[in-house]
Design a protein around this ligand. Structure first.
Ligand code: SF4
Length: 420
């Protein structure tokens, strides 16, 4: 491997499943190295002189900041188009943050929710069905909150780390393998949604649409989802089809919708807030109080957010990190300062998936952009009546008919990864 390459820019292996570099476009400006070093914490974290292959957690932040469009995600939309041409049943599922980012590509104001136009576009392009990944996020919440309560009660493998960000999971595998046992065994929302779809439509091709390049890697780990398309990629496909996106009518999801607990997954702090809402109900039988439906302490863009709450006689200490570059700080808090946490949410991207590496490059990804997107998410949460996963009738139905209850054997079989 060329050592000079390391000095100038992030090296990218030819075998990288998620991204590649078009050499001709690269001016060696070093923007990719800058973000990988400062916020993702990978570039400086390994011995680049002795490494045989470049380490990459697939977050795609380098592709988002590259000003020359030299680093690009590996496209899969042509394969999906082929499957549609062959009259296969192709089912799309749309991740929570996607709807608040895609509009940037079509000239909408930042944070505009364009989900119903996206569904229409997908139907025009041949989708058999379009479902909402917030359904899978609701499932993740039910399973993860149950897992958290069980671990707290048994004082087992605490802190529990969230596991829905595949880039964070890969980061932990590289740099903190001794903490892998602490990760939640829950699959991510796209995989949980895919697992339920495949149970009902075993021959379907399942395609997730997310702002995430790392999910291109994640979908190769299980059989739940066949392809992941990024927001940039679906925008490109829609444009190539000559679809007049702004003038599309609205179409609703075919099935599998979620509560707004599932929606807030798209922004940093959302997973923890949603899990706490569910845990409150599970432990008390009541709906969470207003404070927990507007959990200010863990919202926003601060690097590390912390909160402590008591539900009945159980104390829960929470930390939220956005940007894997801050993981060493939290590990030092645990190991050196002996600070106890029960749950730690980690998202590789700064701000969470609202600033995912596969998001539009038409906006500058600064704090204004991130706040515009997350404010839209919280606004929808505020006005929605179903703010908690257990209030979602689709979730009640799937547990009644298939999964029995969170943490059941069948839930584990379909919705958990016993081996990361
Ligand atoms: Fe993907 Fe979201 Fe993780 Fe970024 S924070 S790598 S977009 S799952």
């Amino acid at each position: 491997m060329n050592k000079l390459e390391y000095l100038e820019r992030v090296p990218i292996s030819k075998d990288n499943i998620c991204i590649h570099r078009e050499e001709k476009k690269c001016t060696k400006c070093g923007a990719c190295k800058g973000i990988c070093k400062s916020r993702i914490g990978v570039y400086d974290n390994y011995d680049m002189k002795s490494a045989k292959e470049p380490m990459c957690i697939n977050c795609g932040q380098c592709s988002l900041v590259c000003p020359n469009h030299s680093i690009i995600e590996n496209y899969d939309y042509q394969k999906v188009r082929e499957a549609i041409k062959k009259n296969k049943t192709v089912i799309f599922e749309i991740a929570p943050a996607t709807r608040f980012l895609l509009g940037d590509e079509f000239g909408y104001k930042q944070g505009k929710n364009v989900i119903y136009k996206l569904i229409t576009a997908l139907k025009k392009m041949g989708a058999s069905y379009v479902f909402d990944t917030t359904f899978g996020a609701d499932l993740t919440i039910c399973e993860e909150a149950t897992e958290l309560i069980n671990r707290i009660k048994a004082n087992d493998r605490l802190p529990m780390f969230t596991s829905c960000c595949p880039a964070w999971v890969k980061y932990a595998t590289y740099f903190y393998p001794n903490y892998l046992k602490n990760l939640s065994s829950c699959k991510s929302p796209i995989l949980m949604t895919g697992a339920i779809i495949k149970k009902m439509y075993p021959d379907a091709i399942v395609v997730s649409i997310t702002p995430c390049t790392a999910k291109k890697y994640e979908v190769t780990i299980t059989d739940d989802v066949d392809y992941n398309l990024t927001v940039r990629e679906i925008a490109l496909w829609i444009k190539k089809e000559g679809i007049d996106f702004r003038n599309l009518e609205n179409t609703r999801f075919d099935d599998f919708t979620g509560s707004t607990s599932g929606l807030i997954f798209g922004t940093s702090g959302g997973v923890s807030e949603a899990v706490i809402r569910y845990a409150y109900h599970k432990l008390t039988g009541n709906n969470p109080p207003k404070k927990l439906l507007n959990f200010e302490q863990i919202r926003g863009l601060s690097d590390i957010k912390q909160a402590k709450i008591k539900i009945k006689d159980i104390d829960i200490s929470i930390a939220v990190i956005n940007g894997t570059g801050d993981v060493p700080k939290i590990i030092s808090m645990i190991e050196n300062d002996k600070i106890h946490f029960d749950i730690i949410e980690v998202m590789a991207c700064d701000g969470g998936c609202i600033a995912g590496g596969g998001g539009p490059k038409t906006s500058r990804i600064n704090n204004i952009t991130k706040n515009n997107r997350s404010n839209s998410i919280y606004k929808e949460d505020k006005k929605n009546k179903r703010k908690c996963s257990y209030q979602n009738p689709k979730i009640k139905k799937i547990y009644k008919e298939v999964l029995i209850k969170p943490g059941s054997d069948i839930s584990h079989e379909l919705l958990h990864k016993e081996d990361l």
